[in-house]
Write a protein that binds this ligand. Structure first.
Ligand code: NAD
Length: 421
């Protein structure tokens, strides 16, 4: 992996920049540059042909000063320890910015789910929990789904952990199916949270959310819900959308229900009737009010940042804007709201699930969305206020740096109060 693309080096560089601006204590900075605990495990699993294969898995607990560690588990052939370390750092900042009582963690297994059947997936998932079981728990570290892991996998993992400890422990993992006490509203909480942030940002920028023209890159769990919700909640107009095969543009706005139907039948948004077909690159460069990257990382880079025309970039995907592009957007006066603010609705939904599991009292979807709105609005305001505060001292800082400062200060304050430095 090239040094400048190593996600852990990027996460450390982002922390270093924030530490300098906020004048972070040297001891706190040193502690926060590395994870507290890094675990690598070998997982033997029985395969369909009767042989046993050994898989490598990771769990990184980055920091738990503010509460149990929290973070998803990825299954990916290219999974590696530096990616897991970076993601665990970002989870720490995400939970702290949302001001929920968690530290950060992440896990992963090197495997290719596309070549595995359900029995093999179940064997590997249960084996992973047997390997890391002593290090997790509702008050230690609470995993969740991520890339290529599903509610069903979370169910197997919860079941295996419960067998290990000898009683049902629903709160050990989130993202579970509703049958075993997942939470109402968890499915679209990421996009819903992003929409609450959009509403606040647009208001702050003196734009009218009802008149906002939006482009969405990606039509999966994050992008599709964001499109549907922007229409349902605010009646905003989505003029462009894309998937891995390319995008479409409709000046007068795209009909959401029709698009869902088309995508289901044809497998691509490009089959939408009467639309102008555009590339994913072109979609990013449209003159819209709000651009929502909701697909992959590294989409806005130094190569195209200069051509971005949106007034607001809402990072619903993880890492869609590279650090050098971030600086260019900031120079151009484009408001680029960072991923660990915009997509934190997912982990907040997980927090609600865990809170319900450990209390045994279950909420309605309206309860969940109402509480999510309160937290997202507060998080956005803490970022906007921090930017203002620094501007008052003559220092212009980006929303990403402001979000880092809020998040890092809280973790550092918890470590200080506990006497860690
Ligand atoms: P998904 O797999 O459901 O959907 C991804 C979408 O992106 C698909 O529509 C796919 O066609 C499209 N896509 C793939 N390659 C593309 C390309 N080159 N150009 C345009 N579109 C492309 O994934 P998701 O859950 O929606 O996640 C999307 C992003 O949001 C990821 O970065 C993920 O980490 C982030 N995220 C998701 C959640 C969540 O709850 N789903 C939570 C936090 C962050």
């Amino acid at each position: 992996m090239k040094e400048e693309l190593n996600p852990f080096k990027i996460s450390q560089a982002q922390l270093d920049s924030a530490a300098e601006i906020m004048n972070l204590d040297k001891a706190a900075h040193a502690m926060l540059r590395e994870p507290m605990r890094t675990l690598t495990v070998n997982i033997p699993a029985r395969m369909r042909d009767g042989t046993t294969k050994t898989f490598t898995g990771f769990r990184v607990q980055y920091n738990d000063a503010r509460g149990p560690c929290k973070g998803g588990i990825r299954y990916h052939p290219a999974e590696n320890i530096d990616t897991v370390k970076a993601l665990s750092a970002w989870m720490t900042w995400k939970c702290s910015l949302a001001n929920i009582p968690y530290g950060g963690a992440k896990g992963g297994i090197i495997c290719d789910t596309k070549s595995m059947n359900d029995t093999e997936l179940e064997n590997v998932s249960r084996g992973y929990i047997r390997s890391i079981g002593r290090f997790i728990g509702p008050d230690k570290d609470v995993p969740a789904p991520d890339v290529y892991t599903t509610p069903q996998i979370m169910a197997w993992m919860m079941d295996e952990y419960s067998k290990m400890v000898g009683h049902n422990e629903f709160g050990v993992i989130t993202g579970k199916p509703l049958e075993i006490w997942g939470s109402e509203g968890r499915g679209d909480s990421t996009a819903m949270g992003g929409m609450f942030v959009m509403r606040e940002a647009v208001k702050n920028m003196k734009m009218d959310v009802k008149k906002a023209k939006i482009a969405v890159q990606g039509f999966g769990n994050a992008g599709m819900y964001a499109f549907g919700l922007s229409k349902r909640l605010f009646r905003s107009k989505v003029v462009a959308v894309s998937d891995s095969q390319g995008g479409i543009y409709v000046e007068g706005g795209i009909d959401y229900d029709k698009l869902v139907e088309v995508k289901k039948k044809a497998g691509t948004v490009q089959a939408y009737p009467g639309a102008e077909k555009i590339t994913n690159e072109k979609l990013l460069e449209l003159g819209v009010d709000v651009l929502i990257p909701a697909a992959l990382e590294n989409q806005i880079t130094a190569a195209n940042a200069d051509r971005i025309k949106a007034k607001l970039v809402l990072e619903l995907a993880n890492g869609p804007v590279t650090p050098d592009a971030d600086a260019i957007l900031f120079e151009k006066g484009i408001v680029d709201l960072p991923d660990f603010l915009v997509n934190s609705g997912g982990v907040i939904g997980s927090y609600f699930e865990w809170a319900q599991n450990i209390s045994g009292y279950y909420w309605t979807a309206d309860d969940v969305y109402g509480k999510l709105d309160t937290i997202m609005t507060k998080s956005y305001k803490s970022v906007a206020d921090t930017q203002k505060q620094y501007a008052g001292k003559g220092k212009k800082i980006s929303p990403r740096m402001a979000a880092y400062i809020v998040a890092v200060s809280r973790v550092a304050a918890a470590m200080k109060t506990r006497g860690w430095y």
